[in-house]
Unconditional design. Structure first.
Length: 201
């Protein structure tokens, strides 16, 4: 953190509180409390936007992380992923592959704190995708990750030495924000394969 930022943060916390108590009474306390709450929420939501690196591989092999935001079972979709990631067949025989599926929580899941259903669905999605890749001759490890795609990738790269990250999304899925962020922050090579869209980023 830059040295000049700390005084600003302290001032941002202290000034509203002092001003709120200066107003006096319950209104002053409410103003001060609201200011502190707003600052705390802002701090919680603030996410570091530095580069995303990965663990050191210690070898010369390709390590491909496939982030599957869409369920993949159709042979044509599997072929597009294999082509986009350049895996499978003789050309990708030396590549190590891992499939990462972000967990998707619905509004009711969050409200009821019921994460088991969403995790079970992600596991099924993961098994289907890995099985479809295996049928195409691509052996892959499997992991379920965080709901946030960028966070899921960042977490996984703490232990997996990816040299390439491939984001796979279905037609109509809104992944433009995480795709743009991964493209700008990843130190590893990044590609985005859109299934059913007839194009690849």
């Amino acid at each position: 953190m830059a040295p000049w930022k700390l005084p600003l943060i302290v001032a941002a916390i202290a000034v509203p509180i002092v001003a709120g108590f200066g107003v006096g009474g319950g209104a002053g306390l409410a103003v001060g409390s609201f200011a502190v709450l707003a600052i705390v929420l802002f701090a919680i939501r603030a996410v570091p936007r530095g580069p995303i690196g990965s663990a050191s591989a210690g070898d010369e092999r390709r390590h491909v992380l496939i982030v599957s935001a869409a369920a993949v079972e159709d042979p044509a979709d599997v072929a597009r992923i294999a082509q986009g990631a350049e895996i499978g067949g003789a050309g990708g025989a030396d590549a190590e592959v891992m499939v990462l599926v972000p967990t998707r929580f619905g509004f009711l899941d969050r409200w009821a704190s019921d994460v088991e259903g969403a995790r079970h669905e992600a596991q099924e999605h993961l098994v289907a995708t890995v099985a479809a890749l295996a049928k195409a001759g691509v052996a892959a490890e499997a992991r379920v990750g965080d709901e946030d795609i960028v966070q899921a990738v960042e977490d996984q790269l703490q232990s997996y030495p990816a040299t390439e990250v491939i984001l796979v999304s279905g037609d109509g899925e809104d992944v433009e924000r995480p795709a743009a962020e991964l493209g700008s922050r990843l130190l590893a090579e990044f590609r985005h394969v859109r299934l059913g869209a007839g194009q690849q980023a």
